[in-house]
Design a protein around this ligand. Structure first.
Ligand code: ADP
Length: 259
């Protein structure tokens, strides 16, 4: 009887502690959700005034010849900062949605990765040309993936943007897309500044930047790779990085077959 009573008592105690702990979590979950909603709402609200500011600055820019040297320089500075903020606000919004959106409700489609890769390379050509960086594309024909086209495009843009951003002049950047055992692989390699081994475990964290001063100059704010990781996770894939300081970096994405 004593044994039965002990077992019964432990079951009741376990049940109550389970219920209480679940109840205690409710306000924490609500507070967390409120914070996520706040970031999403704030970034959404900031987008409109920022785009108004950007178009006003672009109009001012057309009249730059009428301005003296100093105000003309100020127009350039304000434009750079507004563009930087627009990028940051867009990234914050993406991350806030990544925390709240239900992945099962997202629409996946089957599409050709070759044309997405070709378009991405085309959009980065002017940027690469500015630094005399050679952009190469090696893509297997008719590689189809099952995923979110917009997000996978964003992934290529983040990796290509970083590869160019962190490469000195006259370097080269290569985007390679291939299929192996039904998995699709995407790699972006550069001959840039590289990442120290000690920093590699942290680069996918939000707001992590290896060299704050330099990345600020480059317009970075440390959210690109965390968005890239979220996109890859969303597709059930993996993202890895290999890097050597002053030699270059390669990001490799593996996407499993689906659908
Ligand atoms: P950022 O906006 O600062 O580029 P990311 O999240 O995209 O933010 O990258 C995080 C950090 O990882 C960067 O600040 C940079 O130090 C490092 N990094 C990312 N890609 C590269 C690359 N291709 N070569 C060298 N360093 C890189």
């Amino acid at each position: 009887i004593l044994l039965v009573l002990i077992v019964l008592f432990s079951c009741i105690a376990y049940y109550f502690s389970f219920v209480m702990s679940k109840r205690a979590m409710v306000p924490i979950r609500h507070a967390f959700k409120r914070q996520q909603d706040f970031v999403a709402d704030a970034s959404h609200e900031l987008r409109t005034p920022l785009s108004v500011m950007l178009s006003s600055i672009e109009i001012l820019e057309m009249e730059k010849d009428q301005l003296s040297k100093m105000p003309a320089r100020m127009v350039d500075n304000v434009k750079e900062e507004v563009k930087r903020m627009t990028g940051l606000v867009g990234d914050l919004l993406t991350l806030a949605r990544s925390d709240t959106d239900d992945p099962t409700q997202m629409s996946f489609e089957r599409f050709d990765l070759q044309s997405v890769a070709e378009k991405a390379i085309l959009s980065f050509e002017p940027h690469a040309l500015e630094k005399n960086i050679q952009l190469n594309l090696d893509v297997q024909s008719s590689i189809t993936v099952f995923g979110q086209k917009e997000r996978l495009t964003q992934l290529l843009y983040i990796l290509l943007d970083n590869a160019i951003k962190y490469s000195p002049e006259n370097g080269s950047v290569k985007l390679h897309v291939w299929k192996e055992k039904e998995n699709v692989f995407i790699s972006v390699s550069d001959t840039g500044i590289g990442i120290a081994q000690k920093d590699l475990p942290y680069i996918f964290e939000r707001f992590y930047r290896v060299d704050r001063a330099r990345t600020r100059q480059n317009g970075g704010h440390g959210l690109g790779l965390s968005i890239a990781k979220w996109i890859v996770d969303l597709h059930g894939g993996q993202i890895n990085v290999e890097s050597k300081l002053n030699k270059g970096t390669t990001f490799i994405v593996k996407l499993p077959p689906k659908g």
